[in-house]
Design a protein around this ligand. Structure first.
Ligand SMILES: [Fe+2]
Length: 296
């Protein structure tokens, strides 16, 4: 890890202010339903605050300040309740504790950019942009290029076809310009993992990752029809890694040399991985990364 030319960043996913309250005070039947879908929702007395999320996100930001990375990236689901101004305000209040030398970048999650938590619309995207800035964009640091995508538009574009087309054009032109500027590393950030096992996996739920109760199959990933054109672009331009969240647990897979990493939640864990954050280092040796539990 000790390499003077290495670039280090901190990746966070799913601080999701409001989710502890959402999962509190629910019936045994509902808990059982979640458990049957491999979602580790635990019985808890009813609460109406987000102190649990505040504690966790504050701790993650404090760790980031200590690590002093080039930047912090949040891979979506900053909030749980679409449009909740108090949840947005709390995320931003805590993030503002970072010094100006550590910029923070946001990635839209389905709870941030879809008023029904599944399908974005022009209005819901406009709301997201007002709160968090561009839903897809790119930035550079040293000899590395980073692309942030709105994976909600990639997953369920029914209401936002133009946004989908715009984003695909953006992906290709950004990859091309990253290569022509001589970037040594190209890394992509999304909320949804593109896949959880292998790039060509079918849209049906994988046995280890059933969709949540009352959701259509394929809730966790991007459908093959829109996944493969992206993967082909990423292969063509040698994207080194994709970092995502959404599944609220860690998952490590790859497509050839390209890493597909899903990171556990800063907030409510839905598997065995505790709330945590990831530290990533890019160097001539490639991508190194490690997940760190929050001791809260
Ligand atoms: Fe989430």
């Amino acid at each position: 890890m000790a390499d003077d030319t290495a670039l280090r960043f901190v990746q966070l996913a799913d601080p999701q202010f409001g989710q502890f309250a959402r999962f509190s005070g629910i019936s045994d039947t509902e808990i059982e339903q979640f458990q049957q879908h491999k979602l580790n929702v635990k019985k808890a007395p009813s609460i109406a605050h987000f102190e649990n999320e505040t504690k966790r996100f504050t701790s993650a930001i404090e760790h980031a300040i200590e690590i002093n990375p080039a930047f912090v990236i949040v891979c979506g689901d900053m909030i749980n309740t679409p449009g909740a101004a108090d949840e947005v305000a709390e995320v931003k209040r805590i993030a503002s504790g970072l010094p100006a030398s550590i910029p923070i970048f946001w990635t839209p999650g389905n709870h941030d950019v879809c008023s029904d938590t599944v399908r974005p619309t022009d209005e819901s995207i406009a709301t997201y942009r007002a709160d968090f800035g561009d839903d897809f964009h790119s930035f550079h640091h040293g000899d590395s290029s980073f692309i942030v995508l709105n994976s909600c538009v990639l997953q369920r574009p029914e209401n936002v076809r133009e946004e989908f087309d715009r984003q695909m054009t953006f992906v290709e032109s950004t990859l091309r310009s990253a290569r022509s500027r001589g970037s040594k590393h190209i890394v992509v950030f999304t909320h949804h993992p593109l896949f959880l096992d292998h790039a060509e996996e079918p849209d049906d739920d994988l046995p280890f990752a059933p969709s949540p109760p009352n959701q259509e199959p394929g809730y966790w990933t991007i459908p093959l029809e829109r996944r493969m054109p992206l993967i082909e672009l990423f292969r063509q331009y040698a994207v080194e890694a994709i970092f995502s969240g959404h599944w609220h647990r860690n998952n490590y897979t790859r497509d050839g040399e390209m890493l597909m990493i899903s990171t556990g939640a800063v907030g409510y864990p839905l598997g065995d991985d505790p709330s945590g954050y990831r530290v990533v280092e890019l160097s001539d040796g490639g991508v190194q990364h490690s997940y760190h539990p929050l001791n809260v």
